[in-house]
Design a protein around this ligand. Structure first.
Ligand SMILES: Cc1ncc(COP(=O)(O)O)c(C=O)c1O
Length: 387
């Protein structure tokens, strides 16, 4: 019998670990592995943000504990990012990345016995955060466009359904829902008293004229039962600074803040000052990064679509393509995308993330947050291998 708690035992081991560990092993042995696994921008944090952090380092005020829920100036700036919520700064909790915001929202809203609907394919952390709260994650299958509809959500709703975890743009698919689609999902949630946790971390990374619409703006009827999650990681190339946040109705924000006060206290002040500079500094640098991502996205879409046995819904946001590789698997006599990912590493030294990790067997995730040259080289190897 394990001494680990039931909660710890219920946590799934990452399906991607085997592939990631193997890629690292091959690299250490001097192999030219091309990694399509990155979940973060391959750019440095913009200079003006780093300069604000440098100044904060020298300010003794930043050397001490601060309010658990974040610096007042940052909370005010964050509150203003979602005009449709009309939120007070006290409704904002600044967290160690959006990841901790997801965890805390689940912990203060879900009880054992509750169910949380999670449209598949989903970001790997959602089901784990639900399970850590003692509740049950329920994956909702996608249509051919990799989206879910109110009709499918309704099929999976029970009297135990307390929450829907929604993300647009999506990791791993890059899919961006249209305003009417989000409005319909929000109306469905409001009608049934289901809380919506909307993770909008890729909000500013959209392409080809597509705009990400916030759940708060598209479906104002959800606002009494709504937790908004976002952060600086992806928009400002700040994954290592660990700043995210949630914005929620006052009682939820207060509970999340209390939880954080016992769990981790305030996010590092220097990082908070950097995040404030990011939000106040506008989106110019994000748009420069977005141009590079868009160029790579178009190349990736065209190369994957001309790869034998691969079907792709065009990603319009984030920095991932999520092709259906079932035909390729059949052709090669492989039964799982994990096996396919392992074979790609062994035979052509290309690392992609198997869809099993995201609740979508038969798919692979390719990040386009890598150099143009590596993208070209890696996908050429894949094309030749696929035949
Ligand atoms: C959909 C989604 N939400 C949240 C996060 C976490 O971001 P953070 O670095 O702010 O914790 C990620 C990171 O990969 C993500 O893909």
């Amino acid at each position: 019998m394990s001494d680990l708690s039931q909660r710890a035992q219920a946590m799934s081991e990452s399906v991607t670990m085997a592939v990631t560990a193997k890629a690292a092993q091959l690299r250490a042995a001097g192999k030219a592995v091309i990694g399509f696994g990155a979940g973060e921008p391959d750019f440095a944090t913009p200079d003006h943000i780093v300069a604000a952090a440098e100044a904060a380092c020298r300010d003794p005020k930043a050397h001490h504990y601060g309010p658990a829920a974040g610096m007042p100036a940052l909370r005010a700036s964050v509150a203003a990012t979602v005009p449709a919520m009309n939120a007070e700064p006290t409704q904002v909790v600044v967290t160690n990345g959006a990841k901790q915001a997801v965890y805390q929202a689940c912990s203060v809203l879900l009880d054992p016995g509750d169910e949380a609907l999670i449209p598949a394919p989903y970001w790997v952390t959602y089901p784990e955060a639900v399970k850590l709260a003692g509740a049950t994650p329920v994956a909702v299958p996608h249509g051919p466009d990799l989206k879910v509809t109110p009709a499918t959500l309704e099929e999976y709703r029970t009297d135990k359904t307390k929450m829907l975890i929604f993300a647009s743009p999506s990791n791993p698919t890059g899919v961006v829902y249209e305003a009417e689609e989000i409005a319909a999902i929000g109306r469905w949630a409001a009608e049934h008293g289901v809380w919506v946790l909307s993770d909008e971390i890729y909000e500013h990374l959209t392409y080809g004229g597509v705009e990400a619409v916030s759940m708060a703006a598209a479906a104002p009827e959800v606002l009494d039962y709504y937790v908004h999650v976002n952060g600086v990681s992806k928009t400002y190339a700040m994954t290592g600074w660990r700043v995210g946040w949630l914005i929620a109705p006052p009682a939820v924000a207060k509970a999340a803040s209390s939880l954080q006060s016992h769990l981790s206290s305030n996010v590092a002040n220097v990082s908070q000052m950097a995040a404030l500079a990011a939000l106040e500094g506008g989106l110019e640098t994000a748009h420069v990064m977005r141009e590079a991502f868009d160029r790579r996205r178009l190349r990736m879409v065209s190369m994957l679509r001309s790869t034998a046995g691969v079907q792709l819904v065009e990603p319009q946001g984030a920095f991932y393509a999520f092709p259906d590789v079932t035909e390729l698997m059949e052709k090669k006599g492989i039964s799982s995308s994990l096996d396919l990912a392992t074979l790609l590493l062994d035979e052509i030294e290309v690392a992609a993330v198997p869809g099993d990790a995201f609740g979508a067997p038969g798919f692979l995730r390719f990040s386009f947050a890598l150099s143009d040259e590596n993208l070209e080289e890696g996908l050429t190897r894949l094309q030749e291998w696929a035949g």
